[in-house]
Design a protein around this ligand. Structure first.
Ligand code: UGA
Length: 436
């Protein structure tokens, strides 16, 4: 077993740290956020992630998982995972690499010869090559090992990933880095999880390409939804029909309000910016359209709301079901649901937002909206209901019982998860994106 450090214990790092400890490694989690460290040290997850509290509890009981703000603690470890965020820069499309640079700087003085620094953060191609010089100057080596976990399924994705990708340097240094990673991931490799060994740029690009492909798939089906809206058609049937072809596949073909979160939107934008820097902007210029299609869905949702309310939502009590960017997450970064809620408020609607887990984060992001934890209370007296994040409790709402709570039975299904016939039969005006 190995002693590893994990620098940055957010959505990625906290799950990675707990997962590595569950594999039997000794793990030192490092972060600058004392509040987060206090929560994790008490075996509480600082954010909503199914399975994480249990994993933290189990691994902390073993004594193998500790958290600290003192970067010198990493001296006890030989493999160091960089798990900090790379958000979009405020001044444009590029990724902000400040946290990656700071994380590497913070551990450099504490590295020992033979140590391996492993980047897991999503970075623009070329980043690893730049950092490798610095790391080598400390006698250590650098690998890039991108992470493909989904929020809401992070524990499962970390412990049973589809694949492991190692970006390593050439020659003996690369062979040794690969050996060290194989040791850390031995339990996963024993389960026959595919491992792909590549150079730095390929490993970095695998991650960006994967997220770009996923975003493209979603925007493709949302573009078809636009067509269905104008030509008269049902995008859900279309998706089922084309998805049967296993070259296409039905997964990630759910039309609706589109993608958000801390990854897909900023990753495609950073890719556009990086490709431009490299003089290869044309190769990914289609991603600008992917982003535009995605953002148009939010405008279209607001138009639909205006439309079903007879041209204006001014003064209309609107209930928004969902604030998180997707179900099973409390993450509201670039949340389509929250963007639509805020847009409706700008049009004069009296918006109440409810969400099982994301209200605290949503309130920080959109303090001007009203929030209600209780679903029934949120629905009572509504003049319009919008289902914008497909939490199970919203998908399974009973149209008759819900109809008894609201003032006017009008619902917009932003995720195409309700049965239109059932809702219409219960007296509701039902509208959705990409459906007649
Ligand atoms: C995404 C990728 O799926 C992960 O593989 C990757 O590791 C992660 O980004 C990352 O870069 O860290 P995540 O952001 O957790 O994971 O969310 P997804 O499950 O990919 O969903 C993204 C968005 O697409 C959500 O807003 C979701 O509602 C939307 N979506 C998804 C659709 O609109 N339609 C679909 O069919 C699927």
């Amino acid at each position: 077993m190995t002693t590893v450090s994990v620098i940055g214990v957010g959505y990625l790092g906290a799950v990675h740290a707990a997962s590595m400890a569950s594999l039997g490694h000794t793990v030192i989690g490092v972060d600058v956020d004392e509040a987060k460290l206090a929560e994790l040290s008490a075996a509480r997850a600082p954010f909503f992630e199914p399975g994480l509290p249990e994993l933290l509890g189990q691994t902390q009981d073993t004594g193998r998982l500790t958290f600290t703000s003192d970067a010198s603690a990493v001296a006890a470890a030989s493999v160091h995972f960089i798990c900090v965020g790379t958000p979009q820069r405020a001044d444009g499309l590029h990724a902000d690499l400040t946290y990656v640079a700071a994380a590497v700087d913070s551990i450099l003085p504490h590295l020992s010869p033979g140590d391996l620094v492993v980047g897991k953060s999503t970075v623009p191609v070329g980043t690893a090559a730049g950092l490798a010089e610095q790391v080598r100057a400390s006698g250590a080596e650098l690998a890039w090992n991108p992470e493909f976990l989904r929020e809401g399924k992070a524990v499962q994705d970390t412990l049973s990933p589809d694949r492991l990708v190692y970006g390593v340097p050439g020659g003996d240094a690369g062979a040794r880095a690969q050996e060290q990673l194989d040791e850390v991931y031995a339990a996963l490799l024993a389960k026959d999880i595919p491992r792909i060994v590549a150079d730095y740029p390929t490993a970095e690009l695998v991650k960006t390409a994967a997220n770009s492909f996923l975003a493209t798939k979603i925007s493709f089906i949302n573009a078809m939804a636009e067509l269905c809206e104008t030509a008269g058609g049902d995008v859900t049937v279309l998706a089922d029909a084309i998805g049967i072809d296993d070259r296409i596949g039905r997964k990630f073909l759910n039309a609706g309000l589109g993608f958000g979160g801390g990854c897909l939107p900023k990753d495609i934008r950073a890719f556009i910016a990086r490709a431009d820097d490299l003089g290869a902007g044309d190769a990914v210029s289609f991603l600008k359209e992917i982003d535009a299609i995605n953002l148009r869905r939010r405008d279209r949702m607001i138009e639909l709301a205006l439309d079903v309310c007879g041209g204006s939502v001014d003064g209309v009590p609107v209930t928004v079901l969902g604030a998180a960017f997707k179900p099973d997450s409390d993450d509201t970064r670039d949340s389509p649901a929250l963007a639509v809620a805020a847009g409706l408020a700008e049009h004069g609607a009296r918006v109440t937002v409810t969400d099982p887990e994301a209200i605290a984060n949503a309130r920080r992001r959109e303090p001007g909206l009203d929030y209600e934890h209780d679903l029934e209370t949120a629905l009572t007296g509504a003049g319009l209901v919008l289902l914008l994040t497909e939490w199970t409790q919203y998908r399974s709402l009973d149209p008759v019982a819900t109809g008894a709570l609201v003032d006017t039975p009008r619902i917009l299904d932003g995720r195409n998860v309700l049965d239109p016939a059932q809702w219409r039969a219960a007296g509701w005006t039902y509208r959705a994106l990409g459906r007649p």
